[in-house]
Design a protein around this ligand. Structure first.
Ligand SMILES: Cc1cc2nc3c(=O)[nH]c(=O)nc-3n(C[C@H](O)[C@H](O)[C@H](O)COP(=O)(O)OP(=O)(O)OC[C@H]3O[C@@H](n4cnc5c(N)ncnc54)[C@H](O)[C@@H]3O)c2cc1C
Length: 188
């Protein structure tokens, strides 16, 4: 049997972004879309809040970007090693009930956060358009997972290497559809 908070799998998604699946059955069974955990990689480490990206019956997957000391230290841990702490689920789940149609938008690492919300809506029967924006094709993450979690997936890239930019993508999706109202340009 795995040990508490053992890293059961580790995937390097891009040079800066890593996904780890951690053995934490109690949290895995309770976590809802939109919630987060707080972990410490080592006894003297800082607390790192990370959004729950997905769960199975026993595993909690988080996706993190290496931005500073604590996330660099976390990235040094490998499969089979254990985290010091792993606390959650924390925060309010995203409201899902009663939603019939939704456009879920994520950018870069934010797609790891958009994914569980899209999946929860999709699993609950809503029609989901998922729009994932990235700087360039090379750093697209979680494409298969986002496709599975949506009715329509639109990948957008700033440099046009794999789909156009997010705002025109949303406009294209909304064209001729009176039910979709976009926020003002400034908000996107
Ligand atoms: C509710 C919540 C959910 C989150 N979910 C996620 C998630 O799913 N995935 C994820 O990757 N992140 C997520 N974050 C953010 C994540 O918690 C932070 O990126 C992480 O805690 C950073 O820790 P660190 O020690 O590695 O970086 P820090 O050292 O704290 O650095 C953070 C930023 O400050 C900059 N910085 C640090 N020191 C200096 C300095 N001296 N001068 C100038 N700039 C400096 C760094 O370059 C970096 O950009 C979430 C945060 C919250 C609050």
């Amino acid at each position: 049997m795995p040990e508490k908070y053992q890293i059961m799998s580790k995937k390097v998604l891009t040079p800066d972004i890593t996904s780890i699946s951690v053995y934490a059955p109690l949290i895995a069974r309770k976590a809802r879309a939109g919630q987060f955990i707080i972990l410490r990689a080592a006894p003297d480490g800082e607390r790192i809040p990370l959004t729950v990206s997905s769960t199975t019956d026993e595993l909690v997957t988080v996706v993190f970007q290496k931005v500073g000391d604590s996330t660099m230290t976390l990235d040094e841990l490998n499969e089979g090693e254990c985290l010091q702490d792993f606390v959650g689920p924390l925060g309010e789940p995203t409201p899902i009930e009663g939603v019939k149609r939704a456009a879920v938008v994520g950018g870069g690492l934010g797609c790891a956060i958009a994914l569980p919300v899209a999946k929860a809506l999709h699993d609950a029967g809503a029609e989901v358009d998922l729009i994932g924006g990235f700087r360039t094709k090379d750093i697209v993450i979680l494409e298969d997972e986002m496709r599975d979690a949506s009715d329509n997936l639109y990948i957008c890239t700033d440099d046009g290497s794999y789909g156009g930019a997010v705002r025109p993508g949303l406009r294209h999706r909304a064209a001729g559809d009176d039910e979709i109202r976009l926020p003002p340009d400034k908000a996107l």
